[in-house]
Design a protein around this ligand. Sequence first.
Ligand SMILES: NC(=O)c1ccc[n+]([C@@H]2O[C@H](COP(=O)([O-])OP(=O)(O)OC[C@H]3O[C@@H](n4cnc5c(N)ncnc54)[C@H](O)[C@@H]3O)[C@@H](O)[C@H]2O)c1
Ligand SMILES: O=C(O)C1=N[C@H](C(=O)O)CCC1
Length: 258
Amino acid sequence: MTEAADRGHDNPIRVGVLGARGRMGAQVVQAVESSPDTTLVAAVDAGDDRAGIVDAGAEVVVDFTHPDAVMDNLRFAVTHGVHAVVGTTGFTDERLATVREWLTPEPGLGVLIAPNFALGAVLAMRFAEQAARFYPACEVIELHHDRKADAPSGTAAHTARLVGRARAAAGLGPAPDATTSELPGARGATVEGVRVHSVRLPGLVAHEEILFGGTGETLTIRHDSLDRSSFMPGVLLGVRSVLRRPGLTVGLENVLEL
Ligand SMILES: NC(=O)c1ccc[n+]([C@@H]2O[C@H](COP(=O)([O-])OP(=O)(O)OC[C@H]3O[C@@H](n4cnc5c(N)ncnc54)[C@H](O)[C@@H]3O)[C@@H](O)[C@H]2O)c1
Ligand SMILES: O=C(O)C1=N[C@H](C(=O)O)CCC1
């Protein structure tokens, strides 16, 4: 996953990381330090002064923090003229609309928000969106490590939204389901009419299955992130591309031009 870089080791992109001591942030710090066209100028976690990002002259800030913290961080970045690459989850349509409002007076500034930076996860979402109109029913199962704060995962919610919208555009009605009696939660959460089921287990990293059912057949699209290194090429691609993508971009699929 590469993009022609016009910044090299003599003029690397100046990057600050928010959530730098977290599982993802620590890997982003390493990836930014290891890449010849980026340089780490600030590493900030909870309790640190994020003004350090601006003082250090960061051009791009990467945020992997918490759904409760990310909006405040993003407003800070936008109001200080720093481009942002955001992997933190929890973005609703309302939150995205707020970010667009913040960006309106900053026409040169770019924000990239992606629920998943792994190439295979992005492809799986796109394949699911393409398959959606051909099947009467679809359900999503996401499986993650037991330290994850949010459920369903941002990726599963985004996938369900894409599938749900593709189903609606194709004129498909609700998926057939004869359930008349259930324990609360047994059929999962519903996002845009698509059922989403969340599994949390130690040993897992990040996994998603999108299951389609039709006449005498099923189709399963599955992606597995086996290590957090899977997200780093996408994060670095985001850092390089956000500099020349003014406004709000949602989803790495737009950068990859899938
Ligand atoms: N988009 C993707 O590809 C992708 C991949 C993995 C995780 N995520 C998401 O990234 C987020 C972080 O995941 P994680 O596993 O690294 O979590 P984590 O809990 O390991 O790390 C989060 C870090 O952020 C810090 N933090 C919290 N509030 C902060 C603030 N206001 N300012 C600075 N730092 C703050 C915490 O102290 C912690 O060190 C979650 O929303 C997760 O779903 C996204
Ligand atoms: O580990 C996490 O937390 C992950 N969060 C993202 C999500 O919620 O979709 C991406 C996968 C890993």
